[in-house]
Design a protein around this ligand. Structure first.
Ligand SMILES: Nc1ncnc2c1ncn2[C@@H]1O[C@H](COP(=O)(O)OP(=O)(O)OP(=O)(O)O)[C@@H](O)[C@H]1O
Ligand SMILES: [Mg+2]
Length: 150
């Protein structure tokens, strides 16, 4: 496991950071996001997607749980705030274990269905604009944790 903490000073800094992380994607990439309402999980994902070359405007999937954006690598943006485990109604695992790139907001709600090998960002609100990001990578993601910075 590789761990680091980064301070993000404002929205622009977050967008820059997300763009940087988006350069490291590969087929099957899994990024898990945690953090209070308004921490910036969706904001991060917007710039992350742009960096992946996704032209569509990414917005919050809260009411749909999953949104699919097609690109060189597809982006599967999930917000599982309303879930408590993956129920039989959802085919989310199919996406999680696919060749696309997965970003999961509130991933702890489905932690039992996620592989150990993943990249995890826990975003803490310091003040209106400032954030602390706790970054954890397991397995193949350890190298990425070493490389990314703000
Ligand atoms: N440094 C920052 N990083 C990210 N967002 C910031 C930052 N500073 C201010 N913001 C603002 O905070 C808000 C973050 O909202 P966002 O929808 O991204 O949060 P979220 O974590 O996805 O919340 P939810 O749990 O409701 O999905 C946005 O309005 C954004 O402009
Ligand atoms: Mg969100």
């Amino acid at each position: 496991m590789m761990y680091k903490e980064l301070i993000i000073k404002d929205l622009k800094d977050m967008q820059k950071f997300a763009f940087e992380v988006g350069k490291h994607v590969f087929p099957g990439f899994l990024l898990c996001l945690e953090g209070d309402l308004g921490a910036g999980k969706t904001t991060f994902t917007k710039s992350f997607g742009k960096s992946m070359g996704i032209d569509d405007n990414i917005n919050s999937p809260t009411f749909t749980i999953l949104k699919v954006y097609e690109g060189d690598l597809d982006l599967y943006h999930m917000d599982v705030y309303r879930l408590n485990g993956i129920g039989s109604d959802y085919d989310l695992e199919e996406y999680i274990y696919s060749e696309g790139v997965c970003v999961v907001e509130w991933y702890k709600n489905i932690i039992n269905s996620l592989p150990d090998e993943k990249l995890v960002f826990e975003i803490e609100i310091i003040d209106k604009d400032k954030r602390l990001i706790k970054i954890e990578g397991v397995g193949i993601y350890e190298e990425i944790v070493k490389k990314i910075s703000n």
